[in-house]
Design a protein around this ligand. Structure first.
Ligand code: C5P
Length: 218
């Protein structure tokens, strides 16, 4: 039997203002990389689409490096049809500067109000076009109303699973080595995964999804 194919996005995106300035977020990519390594160890064929991070590339995983949300979208859209599971852990910037200045903007000419454009919601668009037998997983990094927001996003983006993550707590989330998450399925059932290293969290997430995948007799 062919190995299961798993596409994972990780890290932040970087939205350039000019050659020396960008807008981004504190995502370290650790959760996505941990998922990629675990999926590889489970025998899956893994492609990791990674924003700029300071992590070494996992062996045995195809890694495609991207910078902006638009770059990430282009790569993921190209790959999407060929994968069984798609897991979006990337902290995609919701906005980008309306234009990228070719040369450095002198500080005394830097605009007081930067004009921004909305980036596409990559995951929401995947939810619209996913096939019946594809599994789509999102992450919801929240600072308040964590579970409520995650349930809402699960429905709005037509996901099979969402991983709710409270990033307001210190020592978990964005750049930490540990995390504490709630995994929610499309029936709205919650499964809390208590604080542990991201490698352990990754294993629990993937095993729960795999069990349900096998139950649906793929
Ligand atoms: O709506 P929110 O940004 O909280 O949703 C988070 C989920 O959506 C994550 O899985 C993230 O990778 C994905 N996302 C995306 N494109 C965006 C924003 C978020 O794919 N522009």
């Amino acid at each position: 039997m062919l190995p299961l194919k798993c596409l994972i996005s990780a890290g932040p995106t970087r939205e350039w203002i000019d050659p020396v300035r960008f807008i981004s977020n504190p995502s370290s990519g650790k959760m996505g990389y941990a998922l990629a390594k675990e999926a590889r160890d489970m025998g899956f064929d893994v492609c990791l689409v990674s924003g700029p991070v300071e992590l070494s590339k996992p062996k045995g995983v195809e890694v495609i490096e991207v910078e902006s949300a638009l770059n990430m979208k282009r790569v993921i859209d190209e790959k999407f049809n060929f994968y069984d599971w798609v897991i979006m852990t990337a902290a995609v910037c919701d906005h980008r500067p309306k234009s990228r200045n070719k040369i450095k903007i002198p500080k005394d000419q830097f605009p007081e109000n930067l004009l921004m454009s909305r980036n596409p919601d990559i995951l929401k668009e995947l939810g619209e076009k996913k096939r019946e037998n594809q599994v789509l997983v999102g992450f919801a990094a929240e600072t308040h109303m964590v579970l409520e927001s995650a349930h809402k996003k699960l429905k709005q983006k037509k996901l099979d699973w969402i991983v709710a993550n409270d990033v307001s707590k210190t020592n978990q989330g964005f750049s930490s080595d540990q995390n504490e998450v709630t995994l929610i399925n499309s029936d709205g059932l919650e499964n809390q995964i208590s604080r542990a290293d991201k490698s352990v969290i990754a294993k629990e997430i993937l095993h729960a999804i795999h069990l349900s995948w096998l139950e649906k007799a793929h």
